[in-house]
Design a protein around this ligand. Structure first.
Ligand code: PLP
Length: 475
């Protein structure tokens, strides 16, 4: 493909994507294809010689679109938001178009320096403590990771290294193998599966502790688990607290947990993958109570912060701890040309220029634009909450930020039937969740395109199916 063809293909593709987004509301959110649908549409081997871009684009339309779940449809209410905004899309285009990655500063000064600055912009926007800033006097700092899963792993590995060093200092007769075999970590049963996965990858067992009725991990439960492990000779090493659990957007009690972590000298990592974005609005900053105890903190701009995937922001109170876990000795040691050396706080060797899309998003929306987005989505969830409360057939179980959980009153099979029928009709995409031993419909305001009329549409669909079901049951 030459540069002229690239221009044509690129422009046609931008038009295609703009049309797709503009018309997405008209599409059914779930596709109607059967498993294996693509097999007969795509040849078994790659073409021997290059094809025309027009043929490729027309096959996107013919083969890919029919099998697509429309994650940005205003009727998509499953999982959590996956960010997609025009500034984010153009940011992604630029970062792959410029095509450069970075390792240290020399390898790509703009990439490193913009990331350092963007992480400070973000921290200030969320009201995070000064000590997390790259520009602060102390050893704190922030870096962009691929995913929340990776951030949690980086947190757990940093905690592991720090604890091993600490214990060996106190007990020099031990070996690091002895210490590693005794480490143990904690989180709640409600934490995302990626948290447990981080402990598996780090080879440190994790206790998934029960939560209270509001899905919060409480201090007394944590303390009890720590005491029990210590009597067995184990060494507590890390707690992963959730601000905004995946199931019900529950918030662990950071202050109670933090006090214990400080007393017991345990690393505290916070997974705020979804809910962290809400901190851009000062009215949600109360959720940060206890943040002074936190060693590492993560949220995903690629969820609710309008920045296309991948982009996961992570801050450390003391980046030296991450360096101790991740910095490998250089073959030719050199004085760094630039501090901080963010490449030492991550797992991959190189990094994409993700700061560029964050820069586009924050400049083109501004703080107020992002606040408006969060408030609008929360207000839509509140609107649905009112609709549920006003209907005596339904029971509201949770409503936190953009997450609303409700069920048909009575036995679980009614809600299960409702969910099955919703999936059959393909007009809405919703997920089930068990909360307080009851099956609920988990409804999340996901797409930035969702408006009040879409909530009305969803509620009418839900009510209509429920009425039909009840008529059928009576007859
Ligand atoms: N943590 C929470 C609370 C989540 O809800 C999710 C995904 O939805 C994750 C972590 C994993 O995020 P990622 O896909 O960025 O690893």
């Amino acid at each position: 493909m030459n540069v002229e063809e690239f221009r044509e293909f690129g422009k046609a593709s931008v038009d295609y994507i703009a049309d797709y987004i503009e018309n997405i509301r008209k599409k059914r959110v779930l596709p109607s294809v059967e498993p294996g649908y693509l097999k007969n549409e795509i040849p078994e081997t790659a073409p021997p010689s290059g094809e025309q871009w027009r043929n490729v684009l027309s096959d996107v339309d013919r083969v890919i679109l029919p099998g697509l779940t429309h994650w940005h449809s205003p009727h998509f209410h499953a999982y959590f938001p996956t960010a997609n905004s025009f500034p984010g899309v153009v940011g992604e285009l630029f970062l792959s178009g410029l095509g450069c990655v970075s390792t240290d500063w020399q390898s790509n000064p703009a990439c490193v320096e913009l990331e350092v600055r963007m992480m400070d912009w973000l921290a200030k926007m969320l009201g995070l403590p000064e000590h997390f800033l790259n520009e602060s006097e102390g050893p704190g700092g922030g870096v962009i990771q691929n995913a929340a899963s990776e951030s949690t792993l980086v947190g757990v590995l940093s905690a592991k290294q720090k604890t091993v060093e600490m214990v060996l200092k106190e007990h020099p007769h031990l070996t690091d193998v002895d210490v590693k075999a005794k480490l143990v970590t904690y989180s709640s049963k409600e934490s995302n599966s990626s948290v447990e996965k981080a402990s598996l990858l780090a080879s440190v067992p994790m206790r998934l502790l029960p939560t209270d009725a509001e899905c919060r991990l409480r201090g007394n439960v944590l303390q009890e688990a720590i005491d029990k492990d210590k009597t067995k000779g184990l060494i507590p090493c890390c707690v992963v607290a959730s601000l905004g659990t995946t199931g019900t957007c529950g918030f662990d009690d950071l202050e109670e947990i933090g006090r214990i972590c400080r007393k017991e000298n345990i690393w505290l990592h916070v997974d705020a993958a979804y809910a962290g974005a809400a901190l851009v609005c000062p009215e949600y900053r109360y959720l940060l109570k206890g943040i002074e105890y936190v060693d590492s903190f993560n949220f995903n701009p690629h969820k609710w912060f309008l920045t296309n995937s991948d982009c996961s922001a992570m801050w450390f109170k003391n980046t030296k701890d991450a360096e101790a876990a991740f910095k490998v000795k250089a073959t030719i040691p050199e004085e760094p040309l630039f501090e901080p050396q963010i490449e030492n706080w991550q797992i991959p060797t190189t990094r994409r220029f993700r700061a560029l899309k964050l820069w586009f998003v924050m400049r083109l929306y501004g703080v107020e634009g992002i606040q408006r987005h969060i408030r609008q989505q929360v207000s839509l969830a509140k609107y649905l909450e009112q609709l549920v409360r006003a209907d005596e057939k339904f029971e509201l179980l949770v409503s936190r930020l953009g997450v609303v959980g409700f069920r048909i009153k009575g036995r679980d099979y009614l809600t299960q039937m409702l969910l099955n029928k919703i999936t059959e009709r393909k007009n809405l995409y919703l997920m089930p969740y068990y909360f307080q031993n009851k099956l609920m419909v988990r409804f999340v305001v996901c797409s930035r395109l969702t408006e009040k009329e879409d909530i009305d549409f969803a509620w009418n669909e839900i009510k209509c199916i429920t009425n039909e079901m009840q008529t059928n049951i009576i007859n």
